[in-house]
Structures are given as structure tokens and as C-alpha cells.
Ligand binder design. Structure first.
Ligand code: PMP
Length: 401
């Protein structure tokens, strides 16, 4: 009977959000959120998304029929171009297949399911230590074992590249290697282009199967091509791979669940066969994907003027986050806060691994009403010109205690 179902713990991020909402302090700062906030700590609807929404609502032919199983073709075709570049040989040679998914999480799930069913190599997923917490359960939900490879160095608060390489070299041939395409969550630490090139060589040599999770393209640096550089490098090496793509952050379409899953193969015939199997997986799980967010993204991606405006919007979001990194580091250095703070500006994207320990994190919550995850991760988007002084002083205090 259902009575035998044990109680599961609450998702830590949602628990943190609840605690923040319940805190009556006017000074409270939410640095747990995984969504962009403007300088007034408010959600930001991208101006280009508002325009696309107007176009959509004024379309007299708009209906609410089912999307095709693989999603809206005008979205999926542009979505893969965004990742690989429009002139990618893989596209010209039709060695790719794409399917719309329930945002990035759905894309990761479809990828996990695809690997569980069809992967013939070592069915173990190697993930960075640490990684986005959801990765662990997404893979274990389809019974794929998860093994960690070293990633974050506590000493430098940067990449443990030697450790990462050694683990990938030691993994059995043809293992599944999960890689964050850019703006690693939760650390904000990415390999350099040169390091990516070394990793691509290693992955090719070991015939590993890369699983790219791409949740922050354009949001990290403000430059779509730059944020896809790692994926492009692997594809240029002729490595077969899969990509989970989210439009949550870069379009601000969090709740609309727009994303895609892509497979880049050696031959067009393989791509066709993969597509046929993906269609069956999709049909049994969601039948057909949701329309609204996909339509918005498709309108923007297919219109050169709107696309250019989207790039402006991306630069505005990433620019504000980068300016908060600069300001936070400067303030901590000005205060003479013990430790080094260059990692704040070295790291990239939505999140920063501050290096604060669990005791300090809890103190910040109790004494300063600052909410962040226990691992010391802060969402840079939660900082703004009004609360950054307050936050820096609070950090200074707990570090000295
Ligand atoms: N992967 C990573 C690494 C993420 O940070 C996120 C967003 N938190 C996702 C995937 C997917 O998010 P969504 O399902 O909202 O697109």
C-alpha cells in the first residue's frame, strides 16, 4: 500500500526559498535563487520576449493544436545552429538530430534515458565534483551509476585541471562524461579554451561519450558563440556527443520550460535512426512538448532584428552580473577581508563559489538575513547596487569571527 512510502527530504533550494520568504527583515538578501534579477531585485522579462509575445498574441492564425512529437521545427533547427554555428559541417552533412524538451531538465532526462537504453559503452556517468545537484538524481532515476571526477580546487577556488584530466583518463573507455558547456553550476569555474582542447583530445582518445549540459549560453559572457566554444571544439574534432540545451536563463523563460535535446553523430544514417528512437521515448513520456516558450524562442531566433535585440538583452544581463563580480571583489579587498577574492571575478556566469564554509553560511543567515546554499554558493544575480555593501560587510564580519 502507499502507506509504505517513506518521507523524502525537501529539495534544499526550495527550502531555502521558503526560509527567505518567511524572514520579515527588510535587509534580507536572497542569494539562493537560480534566476536573473534586475538591479531592484525583481524578475526581468526580456524586452525582446515581450515583443515576441505581442507578435504571438496578434497572430490571427494562432491555435492550440499539438506540436509535433519532436517539437516545433523552426525552433529545433535554429537551436542547434545556435550551439554549433550555422556553418558547422555537422549540420551541412545532416549529422545531427534535435528534439524539443521540457527545458534543460527535460533535455538532461531524455539524454539520460537515451544513454540508459542505447549506449553500448561503460554505462556510468562521470560528473564534476561538485555538479548541479539535480544531475545525480536525473541519472540515478534511470539507473545509471554516477561517479565524480575532481573539478573544484578548494585551495585556488579554481579548476583542478590535473585531477579532472587524470580521472577522465582513468575512466574505462567509452564512458559517459558530463560536461557543463559554460558557466559551471555551482562553482562558476570553467576550463580555458586551451584546457577544453586538451580535454577534447583526451575524450577522443578514450572514445568517451560527452554529455554537454548547456544551460547558460549567452548568459555567461554575453557572447553566444564564445559560450558555445567548448561544444564547437568537440564537434570539430569529430566526436559524437549529446547536448541538453535550456532556454530558461538566456530567454528568461524559466517557468515556460523551453529547451532542446540534440545528438551529433558520425553519419546522417545514425542521426535518422537516433531520431526515430527519441520520438518513441518522447511519445511515452510527454507525447508532445509545450508550445508557448518554444514559440517565443522560435520567433526571436528566426528574425534577424529580434535576434540582434536578444543579443543586446543578453549583454545587459551578463554585464550586470559581471559588474557585480567586480564590485564585490573590490569591496572585500577594500575592507581587507582575510583571504583572496580574485576568484569572484575569475569565475563566470550566474553563480560564484565564495569559499565560505557551512558555519559561515549559517551565521550569515542568522545574523545578517543573507540566504545562500550551505556549500557557499551565491547567485550573483541576487546582488545589486543597493545590497552589495551590506553583503560585503556581512561577509567581512563572519570571515573575521
Ligand atoms: N543544468 C544546469 C547546470 C542548470 O544550472 C540548470 C538550471 N538550474 C539546468 C540544467 C536546467 O534548468 P531548466 O530545467 O530550468 O532549464
Amino acid at each position: 500500500s502507499a502507506e509504505a512510502v517513506p518521507q523524502a527530504p525537501e529539495d534544499p533550494l526550495y527550502g531555502l526559498k521558503r526560509a527567505f520568504l518567511a524572514d520579515p527583515s527588510p535587509n534580507k538578501v536572497d542569494l539562493g535563487i537560480g534566476a536573473y534579477r534586475d538591479d531592484n531585485a525583481k524578475p526581468w522579462v526580456l524586452p525582446v520576449v515581450k515583443k515576441a509575445d505581442d507578435i504571438l498574441r496578434n497572430d490571427p492564425n494562432l491555435d492550440h493544436e499539438y506540436a509535433p512529437i519532436a517539437g516545433i521545427p523552426t525552433l529545433t533547427s535554429k537551436a542547434i545552429e545556435l550551439l554549433l554555428g550555422a556553418d558547422s559541417p555537422a549540420l551541412k552533412e545532416k549529422r545531427t538530430t534535435s528534439m524539443q524538451t521540457i527545458s534543460g531538465t527535460g533535455a538532461c532526462h531524455v539524454g539520460a534515458l537515451f544513454c540508459a537504453r542505447f549506449f553500448r559503452g561503460n554505462k556510468t556517468v562521470y560528473v564534476s565534483d561538485p555538479t548541479w545537484a539535480n544531475h545525480n538524481q536525473i541519472f540515478s532515476n534511470v539507473d545509471l551509476p554516477v561517479v565524480k571526477y575532481p573539478y573544484f580546487s578548494k585551495d585556488t577556488k579554481g579548476l583542478n585541471f590535473a585531477g579532472m584530466k587524470a580521472a577522465i583518463a582513468d575512466a574505462p573507455e567509452e564512458s559517459i562524461i558530463l560536461l557543463h558547456a559554460c558557466a559551471h553550476n555551482p562553482t562558476g569555474v570553467d576550463p580555458t579554451v586551451e584546457q577544453w582542447a586538451e580535454l577534447a583530445d583526451l575524450v577522443a582518445q578514450k572514445r568517451h561519450f560527452p554529455f554537454f549540459d548547456c544551460a547558460y549560453q549567452g548568459f555567461a559572457s554575453g557572447n553566444l558563440a564564445k559560450d558555445a566554444a567548448a561544444i564547437r571544439l568537440f564537434v570539430e574534432r569529430g566526436i559524437e556527443l549529446i547536448i541538453a540545451q535550456s532556454f530558461a536563463k538566456n530567454f528568461g523563460l524559466y517557468g515556460e520550460r523551453a529547451g532542446c535535446f540534440h545528438v551529433v553523430t558520425d553519419t546522417p544514417e545514425t542521426a535518422t535512426r537516433v531520431a526515430s528512437q527519441l520520438a518513441i521515448l518522447q511519445r511515452s513520456e510527454i507525447s508532445s512538448p509545450p508550445l508557448y516558450g518554444a514559440r517565443i524562442a522560435s520567433i526571436v531566433l528566426n528574425d534577424p532584428a529580434l535576434f540582434a535585440e536578444w543579443e543586446d538583452n543578453l549583454r545587459e544581463m551578463s554585464g550586470r552580473i559581471i559588474s557585480m563580480r567586480t564590485a564585490l571583489r573590490a569591496k572585500l579587498e577594500e575592507l581587507g577581508t582575510p583571504g583572496t577574492w580574485n576568484h569572484i571575478t575569475d569565475q563566470i556566469g550566474m553563480f560564484s563559489f565564495t569559499g565560505l564554509n557551512e558555519a559561515q553560511v549559517l551565521k550569515l543567515r542568522e545574523e545578517a538575513h543573507v540566504y545562500m546554499t550551505k556549500n557557499g554558493r551565491i547567485s550573483m544575480a541576487g546582488l545589486n547596487t543597493k545590497n552589495i555593501d551590506y553583503f560585503a560587510k556581512a561577509v567581512d564580519k563572519v570571515v573575521r569571527e
